[in-house]
Write a protein that binds this ligand. Structure first.
Ligand SMILES: Nc1ncnc2c1ncn2[C@@H]1O[C@H](COP(=O)(O)OS(=O)(=O)O)[C@@H](OP(=O)(O)O)[C@H]1O
Ligand SMILES: [Mg+2]
Ligand SMILES: [Mg+2]
Ligand SMILES: [Mg+2]
Length: 355
């Protein structure tokens, strides 16, 4: 018997693997082609190329599903050399397993078709029907630094996350490796790095080595039982503009956490706590007006909950993915093992003055 969402899970994981290959090629082979977006955040040829490959795979398999993706092709239409550079990468990136590549529908027809495909990620989202959400490179700043980043994909059905996949090319493949954002001395050598996290609602969370072809064997992951707060490790954003780091330090102190926070870009934070390498992920609002994007959290939210964690905002509400492209009704993120989540939440609320 096939389990619920098994086909969606397989396609999602393979699509993330293929897009991850492209991002690694961008890192190793090109000058990365950084463009600044309206909000001054960077986007690279890797973000556009990865998004094109993922949407192409989704449209081949699930043509009627909606897609909410981070990037759009306007700048590429205005600047053909950039379009051509991305097309060259997209055209020449495939899984090295013929059957797996066939499941994704193979390549894209031409550069113009690629632009149209990128723009198919423009759904408004919402709480009705099947909606995929894509962050082709999460932690673009980490990617540019040679640090952590993630290729993220999730399926929402009527606003609830049902399937999630996160590829982390620079995290240790070993689930038992210590929590660190460092990628070691030799950043050009992928040895020992690259992990693919995934989950399906009600079926638990899994990690497997991130491969260039067929899927590797998965292993079940779960959060570490946290009995002593003084041993807890917590992760937060690298950028002080993405999460308030002075408030998180006060919260850690009040909780009795003695270890320094681990600052790590991207949804690699969710994956790291889900496999028990870390314990707690705090994302504390830095502005009253910023709305978190659904593609920054959907896959991670499910993977952590399926690994035995609880994920809420700072008010204690579950993240609501059914209100559009942003988490407009939420503020910040607190992800922790179920047994200690309420303790963490109450200290967060005390320090932030949340009623
Ligand atoms: N002001 C503000 N507050 C909160 N979040 C913001 C903000 N501005 C941007 N972003 C989003 O942060 C995403 C990266 O989050 P990270 O946790 O990886 O941040 S960090 O790179 O570790 O600093 C990043 O995702 P990517 O653009 O995919 O890298 C953004 O969507
Ligand atoms: Mg971005
Ligand atoms: Mg992101
Ligand atoms: Mg991104």
């Amino acid at each position: 018997m096939t389990s619920l969402y098994s086909r969606e899970l397989e396609i999602a994981q393979l699509a993330v693997q293929r897009a991850s290959i492209l991002t690694k090629r961008v890192f190793h082979e090109t000058s990365k082609g950084t463009v600044s977006k309206d909000d001054a955040s960077p986007v690279t040829i890797g973000d556009f190329g990865a998004q094109a490959l993922i949407i192409s795979a989704l449209k081949h398999n699930f043509p009627h599903d909606e897609i909410v993706a981070e990037e759009e092709a306007t700048e590429l239409r205005a600047y053909p050399p950039l379009r051509d550079q991305i097309w060259e990468l997209v055209r020449t990136t495939s899984l090295d397993d013929v059957a797996a590549e066939g499941l994704l529908g193979g390549g894209i027809k031409d550069a113009d078709a690629m632009l149209d495909i990128i723009d198919q990620g423009n759904s408004k989202g919402g709480k009705v029907g099947r909606v995929w959400t894509i962050d082709p490179i999460d932690g673009t700043k980490g990617f540019l630094r040679g640090g952590q980043y993630a290729v993220c994909l999730a399926l929402l059905q009527d606003g609830d996350v049902k399937v999630g996949a996160i590829g982390c090319p620079n995290l240790p493949v070993d689930d038992a490796a210590p929590l660190t954002a460092d990628i070691g001395a030799n950043a050009t050598d992928d040895e020992g790095r690259g992990v693919l996290f995934s989950a399906v609602i009600g079926q638990g969370a899994t990690s497997r080595p991130l491969k260039a072809g067929a899927l590797a064997e998965g292993r079940s992951i779960s959060m570490k039982p946290l009995t002593d707060m003084s041993n807890a490790s917590f992760c937060e954003s690298v950028e002080a503009g993405h999460s308030n780091q002075s408030e998180s330090a006060q919260i850690a102190q009040k909780l009795g956490i003695t270890k320094q926070s681990v600052r790590m870009d991207s949804q690699a934070k969710y994956g790291s706590i889900a496999r028990g390498a870390g314990d707690i992920y705090l994302r504390l609002p830095t502005s009253k007006t910023y709305q978190e994007k659904i593609w920054d959290h959907a896959a991670g939210d499910l993977i952590v909950r399926e690994a035995g964690g609880e994920v809420t905002d700072i008010k204690g509400n579950r993240l609501n993915f059914g209100v559009g492209r942003t988490l407009a009704t939420n503020s910040g993120v607190i992800a922790a093992p179920k047994a200690v989540h309420s303790q963490v939440l109450s200290v967060v609320q005390e320090v932030l003055g949340v009623k």
